[in-house]
Design a protein. Structure first.
Length: 391
C-alpha cells in the first residue's frame, strides 16, 4: 500500500532531527561519550520529585484547568516578575504546556495563516522550521555569524523582511551556539520589530543559564510586551527534561487564542508534574545556582581545551553548548561528526543540523560530567592529530 499518498505535504517536507540520528547511534555504542543531547546530567532535585510523589499519594491525578493549576500559574507570574521583571496575569496570560516544545508549536500555529513568513535567526534550534511548515507557514532564515558572536544584527534582519513577514523567533541564550544578546542589542531589534509590525516568539528556556552576563527578557523592552510571546519551562534550569513542563506568557488577546490550540491538542499538562513545578519555583533557586556553577566550570574547561587544540571558538555565555569552527580541518560538519564518532567514540552534532550557516561548525553540549569532558577532549585532540590538522 502506498502510504505516502495519504500523508500531508507539510509532513513530507519535515525531516527527522539530525540530533536524534546521532543520539540513536550513540545508544548502540556503550563505550561512546555523548556530547550531542542538550539534557542536564543532574537528577531532578529530590524536593521537587517529592512534591510529585505527594500529589500522587494524595490522589491528585485528575485533570487540571486547561491553562494549568491556578496555584502554579501564580507561581510562574511571581517567578517571572522576581527574576526578569516581567508582569503577566496568572488568570488570563499564562498557559502551562507540555514542555517548551508544545509552547512553540502552539504559538506558531496560533499566529500563522498559510504562507505567512517566520523569520528564524540561524543557526537555530531544529524545531522552529518544522513547526512553521506544519502550521502552513514559510520559514525564512536570517543568518548570524561567528564574527558577530552569532548575535542577530538589525541591518541583516531587515534585508530578509518582506510584506509576508509576520513572526520573528528569538532564542537567546541560543541553542546551538550559546550566544547571548545584550539589552542594547535587543533594543535595536525591537525597533525593527515595531517598524515592520512583527510579533516576536521568544524562546527563553535557557534564561537561567548565563555566565557573567544578565539575561534580558525581550518583553521588558519598551513597546515589546504587547508584541511578544514569551516561552520558558522547567527542563533546563531545574533538570526536569522528562517531566515535560513549559509555559507561555503572552498578552491576553494572544493567550486566549493560544489556549484554544492547547486545549484541543493536549487538554492540560500532567497534574503531578504541575505540583513538582510549584515546588521548583518556590524552593529551587539554590538548585539553579548549583547547576549553573558546575556548567560554568565545564564551559571554561572546554573552551580553553578547544582553543589549545587550535580550534577557533568564540566564548559562549549562555546555555550549555559550545560551537567551535572545524572549517580548517578540511572536513564538512557531517564528515567531522561521523568520523569522530566512528574513530574515537565521541558524539557531537554537526553544525549543519542547525541550518546552512552552521556548516563548518560542530555543537558540543557540556551538560555532562567533567570526567566525560576530560576524556572527550583527549579523544578529540587525538582525532585532530590523526587527520593531521594544522591550525
Amino acid at each position: 500500500m502506498d502510504y505516502k499518498k495519504y500523508v500531508s505535504e507539510g509532513v513530507k517536507k519535515v525531516r527527522i532531527s539530525t540530533i536524534r540520528h546521532f543520539f540513536n547511534l550513540v545508544n548502540q555504542m556503550p563505550e561512546a561519550i555523548s556530547l550531542c543531547i542538550g539534557e542536564p546530567d543532574f537528577v531532578t532535585p529530590s524536593h521537587i520529585s517529592g512534591a510529585a510523589k505527594r500529589a500522587l499519594d494524595e490522589g491528585k491525578t485528575s485533570y487540571t484547568p486547561n491553562p494549568g493549576l491556578m496555584e502554579l500559574r501564580r507561581e510562574i507570574a511571581d517567578y517571572l516578575k522576581r527574576r526578569f521583571g516581567l508582569q503577566y496575569s496568572p488568570e488570563t496570560e499564562i498557559i502551562v504546556t507540555i514542555g517548551a516544545s508544545e509552547a512553540i508549536d502552539v504559538a506558531i500555529r496560533t499566529l500563522l495563516n498559510p504562507e505567512d513568513e517566520v523569520l528564524i535567526p540561524e543557526p537555530s534550534f531544529v524545531a522552529y522550521k518544522p513547526c512553521t511548515i506544519l502550521a502552513g507557514g514559510r520559514p525564512v532564515f536570517v543568518p548570524t555569524y561567528q564574527e558577530d558572536e552569532f548575535t542577530l544584527k538589525p541591518d541583516i534582519l531587515e534585508r530578509y523582511i518582506t510584506p509576508r513577514s509576520k513572526v520573528l523567533i528569538l532564542n537567546y541564550p541560543n541553542n546551538p551556539t550559546g550566544a547571548v544578546m545584550s539589552r542594547k542589542q535587543l533594543e535595536d531589534i525591537a525597533r525593527i520589530v515595531e517598524k515592520h509590525d512583527l510579533i516576536v516568539v521568544t524562546d527563553e528556556i535557557y534564561a537561567e543559564l548565563t555566565y557573567g552576563v544578565e539575561h534580558t527578557a525581550f518583553a521588558t523592552i519598551p513597546g515589546m510586551r504587547e508584541r511578544t510571546v514569551t516561552i520558558n519551562g522547567f527542563s533546563k534550569a531545574y533538570a526536569m527534561t522528562g517531566w515535560r513542563l513549559g509555559y507561555i506568557a503572552a498578552p491576553e488577546g494572544l493567550a486566549s487564542e493560544m489556549l484554544k490550540v492547547h486545549q484541543y491538542s493536549v487538554t492540560c499538562a500532567p497534574t503531578m508534574g504541575q505540583y513538582a513545578a510549584i515546588e521548583a519555583l518556590r524552593n529551587g533557586d539554590a538548585d539553579i545556582e548549583l547547576m549553573r556553577s558546575e556548567y560554568d566550570k565545564r564551559r571554561i574547561f572546554l573552551l580553553n581545551s578547544l582553543k589549545n587544540m587550535g580550534l577557533e571558538c568564540f566564548e559562549p555565555k549562555g546555555a550549555f553548548y559550545i560551537f567551535p569552527s572545524i572549517k580548517n580541518t578540511g572536513l564538512s560538519s557531517e564528515e567531522f561528526a561521523e568520523r569522530l564518532l566512528k574513530e574515537k567514540k565521541v558524539a557531537v552534532v554537526p553544525g549543519s543540523a542547525f541550518g546552512e550557516t552552521g556548516q563548518g561548525f560542530i555543537r558540543i553540549a557540556y551538560a555532562t560530567s567533567m570526567a566525560n569532558l576530560e576524556e572527550a577532549v583527549d579523544r578529540i585532540d587525538a582525532f585532530l592529530k590523526e587527520i593531521k590538522y594544522r591550525p
